[in-house]
Design a protein around this ligand. Structure first.
Ligand code: ISL
Ligand code: CA
Length: 567
């Protein structure tokens, strides 16, 4: 593995700036706040920070609606603050990924302000406009946060496309001038020294292929106008390759593309390094296993462990020879993993350690979302008034007003699924407002901060924080964790998720009891050769290496996790 492939050896930490640390007491997390916490991140040992958007934005979707790609949101600070933050990161050997949101802009971006003015405005074609009668949108596509994906604009009597809220019009990537505008903006940040990009819904940027049937229909060719999904069109690959030729290949960067509805086969295309597209993608299959297939995100079903094993292993295997995986349990759009696949009651710390081991011993680049290293949990606010996310608020309104659903039932779904579960302010101390702000936090804290907070975790050698630190350290000291082959074992076992990593003569055996019930593990023959050394585990248990040889047996405690090395 070459030095150029540093991104294969890195651990990334995601910061959601609004909720990370408030530096000036206005209740909103900001850039000076981040800078003040860099020593904490350095202690954790992460290599890279992915920073969710900090650009100028009216905040319809907390910064994922950008009105100026080259300006910092005043609530977050100044460009000077940002430059100082980058400088302080680099001093500590931490690299910075910026969020690149180029499927859409804010409707307040000057490009859209111009675009909507007239049919022949030079920026008209920067967005996706189609003729249509009021009340009769061009296609029946739905927007992500509720309602139709087309909004009628009276000024010119046409519809514009928005796959998210009406305040997030989709850009038209077919327009070469738009693409050049994006590339220039990317160079602006790269020349300032950023080390890469996380690309928001990058597999949705091309609508060319799916709008084609509509165009044919309008031409009177009678094409079917069925609902088409806008993911992974062939032309996305062309655009990414062009972006590489023109921009990315001239810098030493990490790129990760957020790709809803991507299959491992498609991910191979995006991440095959010889194609020059992305280093890795965020896939979502494992995040969909606790809901009925094809149903809205608000519905739930119990996770089936063998299905999770098959799924994650398929990704490990499909991206083994070409391509590369990202590894994650959490981000700012997901509920907290310890409340979701773990146990946020009496086994909060043990189950969170198990989930961390399971993920971090796999092949790929691990991502940690702020607060995950503390075992932060989902939240249950009594009133919808305490929620902030556009998706949850729209859902609540639709359910209770349009569908006349029960408010209590709707809130229950929100408790399980809301993106705000991951967005409550970071819990730094047990003191007022968890040390997040000296003022009124923009969103209520999770009331469990007196128990769950960074100060307590850093002081406690047995905490989840120090467990994550150790996992990161192991990844740095053992090349097998980055390079080694992956093989699932005990495939059909209903409660154990175990696998083997192999490199040359070395083996790492990873064992996880996914549930609370004690269970017996019998190691298959041919894996545990020689005396084993426990690399990490969540129960302090003296394990004699000799005992871990051959077809050894272990009784696993609740959520017990163990990685054993053989060489
Ligand atoms: O959050 C989701 C469902 O609850 C996802 O479907 C999400 O909308 C999708 O993964 C795209 O997410 C990204 O783009 C959105 C933004 O709201 C998300 O925060 C961002 O991660 C629009 O920019
Ligand atoms: Ca602030």
């Amino acid at each position: 593995m070459s030095d150029k492939e540093w991104w294969k050896k890195s651990v990334v930490y995601q910061i959601y700036p609004r909720s990370f640390m408030d530096g000036n007491g206005d209740g909103i997390g900001d850039i000076p706040g981040i800078t003040s916490k860099l020593d904490y991140l350095a202690e954790l040992g992460i290599d890279v920070v992915w920073l969710s958007p900090v650009y100028a934005s009216p905040n319809a979707d907390n910064g994922y609606d950008i009105s100026d790609y080259r300006a910092i949101m005043p609530e977050f600070g100044t460009m000077g603050d940002w430059e100082q933050m980058l400088d302080e990161m680099h001093k500590r050997g931490i690299r910075l990924l910026m969020d690149l949101v180029v499927n859409h802009t804010s409707d307040e971006h000057p490009w859209f302000v111009e675009s909507r003015k007239s049919l022949n405005n030079p920026y008209r074609d920067y967005y996706i406009w189609r003729p249509g009668e009021p009340g009769k949108p061009p296609t029946d596509w739905k927007a992500s946060f509720g309602g139709p994906a087309w909004t009628y604009d009276e000024t010119t009597g046409e519809y514009y496309l928005h796959m998210f809220s009406p305040k997030q019009p989709d850009l038209n990537w077919e327009n070469p001038a738009l693409r050049q505008g994006i590339y220039e903006m990317m160079r602006f940040w790269l020349d300032k020294g950023v080390d890469g990009f996380r690309m928001d819904v990058i597999n949705m940027i091309s609508k060319k292929e799916c709008l084609a049937p509509y165009e044919a229909f309008v031409r009177g060719e009678g094409a079917e106008l069925s609902r088409v999904f806008i993911y992974n069109a062939d032309s996305v690959h062309d655009y990414l390759q062009e972006m590489n030729r023109e921009v990315l290949s001239h810098y030493d960067v990490l790129t990760v593309g957020e790709c809803p509805k991507v299959s491992p086969e498609q991910a191979r295309l995006y991440t095959d390094q010889s194609r020059g597209e992305l280093n890795m993608v965020f896939q979502f299959e494992h995040m969909g296993l606790d809901k009925p297939k094809g149903r809205p995100k608000w519905e739930r079903k119990a996770l089936d462990l063998p299905e999770l094993k098959r799924n994650l292993s398929r990704w490990q295997n499909e991206l083994a020879d070409v391509g590369w995986n990202s590894l994650y349990w959490n981000n700012h759009d997901q509920p907290r993993i310890v409340s979701r696949f773990g146990n946020d009651g009496p086994y909060r710390v043990q189950s969170a350690k198990m989930l961390a081991t399971l993920l971090h011993m796999m092949r790929g680049t691990p991502y940690i979302y702020q607060g995950e290293e503390l075992g932060m949990t989902n939240v249950r606010f009594e009133s919808i008034a305490d929620y902030r996310d556009i998706e949850s608020l729209n859902f609540y309104q639709e359910q209770t007003e349009v569908h006349r659903g029960e408010p209590v039932e709707t809130l229950k779904a929100i408790y399980e699924r809301s993106r705000d579960n991951g967005r409550t302010p970071m819990q730094w101390t047990g003191g007022p407002s968890a040390g997040f702000t000296s003022g009124q936090p923009w969103m209520k804290l999770n009331p469990n901060y007196p128990e769950i907070n960074a100060e307590a975790a850093v002081e406690d050698a047995a905490s989840l924080f120090h467990y994550y630190r150790k996992l990161i350290e192991l990844r740095k000291s053992l090349p097998i964790l980055t390079e080694g082959a992956y093989e699932l074992i005990l495939e059909e076992h209903p409660s154990i998720f175990a696998y083997v990593r192999r490199l040359g003569k070395e083996t790492v055996l990873v064992i996880n009891n996914f549930y609370e019930k004690e269970t017996e593990m019998v190691c298959p023959e041919g894996i545990a050769n020689g005396a084993g050394e426990v690399l990490i585990g969540n129960y302090r248990r003296e394990l004699d290496g000799e005992r871990l040889t051959g077809a050894f047996k272990l009784i696993l405690s609740p959520y017990e996790s163990l990685a054993i090395g053989y060489s």
